[in-house]
Design a protein around this ligand. Sequence first.
Ligand code: CMP
Length: 293
Amino acid sequence: KAHRSAVSAEAYGDWNKKEDFHPRVIPKSQEQKERISERLSKAFMFSSLDEHEKEIVINAMDERIIGRGETVIRQGDDGAELFVVDSGTLQCFKVINGQNKYLKDYGPGEAFGELALLYNAPRAATITASTDSVLWSLDRECFNHIVKGSAVRKRERYDQFLSKVKLLESMDPYERSQLSDAFINVAFNEGDYVIREGQEGNEFYIIEEGTAIATKTIHPGHAPEEVLRYSAGDYFGELALIKNEPRAANVIASSRLKCVMLDRHSFKRLLGPVEDILKRNARNYEDIVAKKR
Ligand code: CMP
């Protein structure tokens, strides 16, 4: 809570300085507003906005109807807006070393075109509709005043940390930096349970600072036994999300502990590229337990 109000106070601070910022208001039906709100809730870039900021953004959004085959963003152009997909599918291509490379698809609830606005850079890739699509576009002015500050700070804050997390080594730097947008900070005192064996779980954690241990019931009727130790850069909580099973162990802070957390939706969307590594690493758990039996 404290964090959120601090962010919005700063956003308003910037905007008060520029007294000439009057966010554009494009008339919309209630149904359209709810639709945009639903889409925004899935776009990580907007996840730390408060309700008032979200309302400003929703009012400023403009509907764009795009035909199949139409190019929305062209690599190298200047950029003036960011887009959120309402419906349809678009493809992202980037010329790398003279070769035009397909990077990814965009679908409903995903945002693109943020880089040029975040870093005042030319468009870094080309985005073309592969079906008829409906987009919501947000103008640079509104983006700069409401979204940019906190997004840039979050990315700067986590960039170095993320480059040191072994699990994420193989990830594309662009996709890795998107994790920052979705991170939620959580802190624990020594002895706190972050995760309890047997409970339902919807969160994934990476340790920023401090240590934790995992304990697990190996001999039924006896106390759980220590199975792993964690320190900065280590992760836990992935198994319940991958397997859709209850938590397989306790995780207990063994010092003051600071973590970044992803919810199930962000985990699935952003850590897809390392799912195989997560599954491979998870086989070690079985070996550790087998040795203790
Ligand atoms: P922008 O540079 O404004 O316009 C092109 C968009 O493509 C860019 O913002 C991102 O939203 C998106 N994109 C997707 N993947 C990449 C990538 N690997 N590198 C750069 N941009 C990417």
